[in-house]
Design a binder for this molecule. Sequence first.
Ligand code: 2P0
Length: 351
Amino acid sequence: MADKVYRASTTAPVNIAVVKYWGKRDPKLNLPTNSSLSVTLSQSDLRTLTTASCSASYPASEGDSLLLNGEQSDVSGARTQACFRELRARRAALEAADSSLPKLSTMPLRLVSENNFPTAAGLASSAAGFAALVRAIANLYELPASPSELSLIARQGSGSACRSLFGGYVAWRMGDAADGSDSMADQVAEASHWPEMRALVLVVSAAKKGVSSTSGMQQTVATSGLFQERIAKVVPQNMAAMEKAIQERDFASFAEVTMRDSNSFHATCADTYPPIFYMNDVSRAAIRAVEQINAAAGRTVAAYTFDAGPNAVIYYLERDTEPVVGTLYHVLGGDVDGWKSDVIKGLKPSI
Ligand code: 2P0
């Protein structure tokens, strides 16, 4: 029994925010300055697969470890340690209540994690990564935790990770408790509520971003006046309008709020001192292309959004694939310097 290896695996998908998380009111607990809302993409397209194992036979001197895409990764960071600590505490409580349970909480953890999307996609992987890490260990420990409870833990690994514990349309409610106990995600609607939704990732650059999200948002909180307007007025309005648009399957409203919120987020980046620029000329060409597509269609058929980097994600409905995807290939394919042809298209929100 002493050398028995306990093991559990899980996958977690990538999510792309349509109302952006940007700013921490408590950097230690990863508590945000505003709520956010995202669409979780299909696991068959973009996901992290993580296996967690533990055993009394794993040498204690080696401690916990994480093999990420085949390479040893550092687990000593405060965020990863916070996730391990929270999960072990919950397991230890179960073991204290039932002495017949094996003492998994005292054993070293080994994690093996793989992304199925190419690094060249230039997508941030921390959301899917921490969501998979937390759920794999929760499964290993047989914790009776709901997705919302797990989202509380994953949030401490990376803020956006709390949204990847759910499929479909997901809100991260900022909460107001000082200990973060009410800052967690919930599902606004299942993917099946709006099955025509599609996302297209336009890869401008796979290069690692210049300013990390963590440090970028700290600089914005500290220096941008525009940011105060965003968190007090713009985001609360956008959250309400976005939830309504999703409930009513109103693509024109969904698209307008998505584009306005991306623009607002990047405006606060530009208002940060010194300014932060995540979009480049190629990103702005994608915005113009979406404007052209919508003007030509005479209605809103496409919405762009940009995270902390130059790559665009375009949301559209399946029935508008031809004018949206066809035109983007045509407009951006050959003519724009710096554009890469490798796009990931037709991504469906996960079930
Ligand atoms: C989002 N981003 O809502 C926003 C939009 C980037 C722009 O969440 O410091 O990697 O680990 O909590 O979650 C990226 O920030 O930051 C992010 P940490 P995270 O998706």
